[in-house]
Design a protein around this ligand. Structure first.
Ligand code: NI
Length: 252
């Protein structure tokens, strides 16, 4: 069994030079990966990749930083895109109080509307939450049936314990950073059965490549770090997190 990258952005221009090569590596060395949309254009590109490449699945949605202009028409387009066979989630959606391109209320509205869309389509969600954990949890409580992933989990162990009832925590390259004490503590205390591995590439590159471009195959370094923290074998990390990724995205 191989690893999964549950969150990548292969449409990013940083991959323009060698995207095909990279995808060939994914086809050979990963179980699969999920390309995550953040606006309409990237969502359309994501659908294109899922049609063209066997091991690429996708999520489509509007990121809180790109929520300006969210409308009924846009939502209809998203709904149509989400009906493609290999679109397995709505995301990334959520709240970002760090890059406030819109006030909190506008972000919350866009978040709620897209959770409703996910419920309607019976899909999980991929949640982006930055400096907004309290409000994120409040909104998710309004939707007791929705499931998904809290991507690049940024919160405390206490918040994690609340969230893992319905959500998996996406763990990425930040786990390998020197100042990652809080996240190390989360990984130590939360069962492996509730963790999935991601890169968020081209961002958040793990050690030993921190500062360079991130790529899907670097999930390996995150998996190694999880094994080290939990004092278990890398094989167990691969087996359990890959099964988790299949479950949450409904990929068999
Ligand atoms: Ni992302």
């Amino acid at each position: 069994m191989k690893l999964v990258d549950t969150h990548c952005h292969l449409d990013n221009e940083k991959f323009n030079e060698d995207r095909e090569e990279l995808i060939e590596k994914i086809e050979n060395e990963l179980e699969f990966c999920v390309n995550i949309g953040y606006d309409l254009e990237s969502s359309k590109k994501t659908v294109g990749y899922t049609k063209k490449y066997k091991k690429i699945y996708g999520a489509i949605g509007i990121h809180p930083v790109d929520i300006t202009g969210y409308s009924d028409e846009l939502e209809k387009e998203l709904e149509e895109l989400a009906k493609n066979e290999k679109i397995v989630a709505i995301g990334e959606i959520g709240l970002d109080y760090h890059w406030m391109t819109e006030p909190k209320d506008v972000q919350k509205d866009g978040f709620r509307r897209q959770i409703n869309l996910a419920e309607k389509l019976n899909l999980p969600i991929v949640v982006h939450s930055r400096d907004a954990m309290e409000d994120t949890i409040e909104i998710l409580k309004e939707f007791p049936n929705i499931k998904g992933i809290i991507h690049c989990y940024p919160g405390s162990t206490e918040s994690a314990e609340i969230l893992i009832k319905n959500f998996y925590l996406g763990i990425g390259g930040t786990l390998t950073f020197k100042n990652s004490k809080k996240l190390v503590n989360v990984v130590k205390n939360i069962p492996l059965e509730r963790l999935v591995i991601e890169t968020d590439c081209p961002y958040l590159t793990p050690e030993p490549f921190r500062g360079k471009r991130n790529e899907p195959l670097y999930v390996k370094y995150v998996a190694e770090k999880i094994a080290e923290i939990k004092e278990i074998s890398i094989e167990e990390v691969i087996e359990v997190t890959t099964e988790n990724a299949r479950k949450v995205y409904g990929i068999r």
